[in-house]
Design a protein around this ligand. Structure first.
Ligand SMILES: Cc1cc2nc3c(=O)[nH]c(=O)nc-3n(C[C@H](O)[C@H](O)[C@H](O)COP(=O)(O)O)c2cc1C
Length: 190
């Protein structure tokens, strides 16, 4: 898969088939994050992978889904939950001032890498951090930034032209995600 295909095919997925993701692929995704750009090359982003059914069951209530959708369409139904989670941490003993950007670059490498293996992802900022800290036994010197939910997709998602709302919507098993036009975001070419 070339880079354009990966970028264009990456859409947030919130319903998953229950086939497990091989551990080697999950580790490979972290390896893609490992070599992402980092301010001053100071690499403060670290990860916890959750893949066992028992731990997945405990992680599931600690993330919140699709705030733009009506409540009954937000959360994956039983049997369509993620089959893995990657918790994204910042090691405050080595963080520097641009670390938020480093997190973004690292996460995007994971999301695009996942597409190349046919894996869907949901980057999640709406998480119950302190409950995740307790569940995963994360020391206090780590900031818990985000969770990435992963699994083989069991829904589709398409890009729509932006009209006057950023809200995405869902029809049957398909997400519709408005994106602004190219000409509207390139202010000038000089
Ligand atoms: C920083 C960040 C935080 C997000 N947090 C959540 C979240 O907590 N729950 C969720 O369901 N989606 C979350 N998303 C996914 C966005 O809703 C999604 O990226 C957006 O609707 C655009 O859809 P697309 O990824 O398919 O382009 C988050 C995305 C980003 C970049």
């Amino acid at each position: 898969m070339d880079i354009e295909e990966a970028i264009k095919n990456r859409r947030t997925i919130r319903r998953f088939k229950q086939d497990p993701i091989p551990s080697e692929i999950l580790k490979k995704l972290i390896d893609y994050a490992r070599i992402a750009p980092a301010g001053s090359n100071i690499q403060c982003v670290e990860y916890i992978i959750v893949e066992s059914p028992a731990m997945r069951e405990k992680m599931f209530p600690l993330v919140r889904w699709a705030a733009s959708l009506p409540e009954e369409l937000r959360t994956p139904e039983r049997g369509r939950e993620p089959t893995a989670y990657i918790t994204v941490l910042v090691n405050t003993k080595i963080k520097q001032s641009y670390y938020e950007f480093d997190v973004g670059a690292a996460v995007e490498n994971i999301l695009l890498g996942a597409v190349s293996f046919g894996i869907g992802t949901c980057w999640m900022g709406s998480i119950k951090s302190e409950k995740i800290r307790a569940l995963l036994d994360i020391p206090d010197f780590y900031e818990i930034k985000h969770v990435i939910s992963l699994g083989y997709p069991d829904e589709t998602s398409v890009i729509e032209p932006y009209k006057n709302s950023f809200k995405y919507w869902k029809v049957e098993n398909e997400m519709h995600v408005p994106k602004r036009k190219l000409d509207d975001i390139i202010l000038k070419m000089m």
